[in-house]
Design a protein around this ligand. Sequence first.
Ligand code: NAD
Length: 286
Amino acid sequence: MKIGFVGLGNMGAPMATNLAKAGHMVTGYDPAGVTAERVIVAETLEGAVRGQAAVITMLPNGAIVRAVHDDIARLAEPGALLVDCSTVDVDSARAVHGIALDAGLLSLDAPVSGGTGGAAAGTLTFMVGGGADAFAKGQPLFEIMGQKAVLCGEAGAGQAAKICNNMILGISMIGVCEAFHLADRLGLDRQAMFDVASTSSGSCWSLNTYCPAPGIGPKSPADNDYRPGFAAELMLKDLNLSQEAADVSGAATELGRHARDIYAGFVEAGGKGRDFSAILEKLTAR
Ligand code: NAD
């Protein structure tokens, strides 16, 4: 299939490469001039969009996604499939579906979980919103870039699932970091805490797979001086999205709000470009 890929950043580049490795002809575009292995790089957005059967976007935020999709809708072939894999607010996702529908295109919101490691390994989970026809067309691409794709509902449902998932992640990472901090204060060895909690009822992804304590558990950004990984700034973005959604819908998410405030303080104090698990350092520095 001929595929355009817009946004070749930390996530987009390895996702585009995996599609190319699977035999698709992938043309990428990114104004930062970055490239991706095996991907043809276009100088303009038009060069990556015209004549493609599918166009995938992996962009920083909702405002950029809306603006880029306005342009894509003008340039794409009638009937082409547009898949936005960025994490954005539900309203932007629905607006983008509307833009695509008006232009006679198929559209899916399909944010991902699994981070840069999952993007490189082709083991992402896709949370998808949109129609069954569009999903069926996108499924072979999701199977290359990921291990699982769940059709969550109509337009915007993928983004709704994503912000709920990442609210759990932000809260659980803070909880795991507080447990290591308490263990330190009680004189409990961090390895002992990990060995017990990772096989007990305290086990969770933030502890077992992405342990925030250096030298403990599987390799994680903590073992690489907290270089992201998943930047604290992006976690703050997602927690803001979940709180905005909670405010609009009237959902009670006290811990989500508290987690948002903790990450806002961390980012403001210089943690912007650090991995979101570096919140452990903030606690232990007290
Ligand atoms: P990134 O900043 O590395 O990549 C974004 C890319 O978009 C950049 O290369 C930038 O130059 C490009 N871009 C900006 N404006 C553009 C435009 N108008 N046209 C084309 N390209 C443009 O970010 P990332 O880490 O790859 O994240 C991308 C999205 O995926 C975000 O929405 C993020 O929340 C989400 N996400 C990230 C992770 C992660 O672990 N990094 C995990 C899940 C989801």
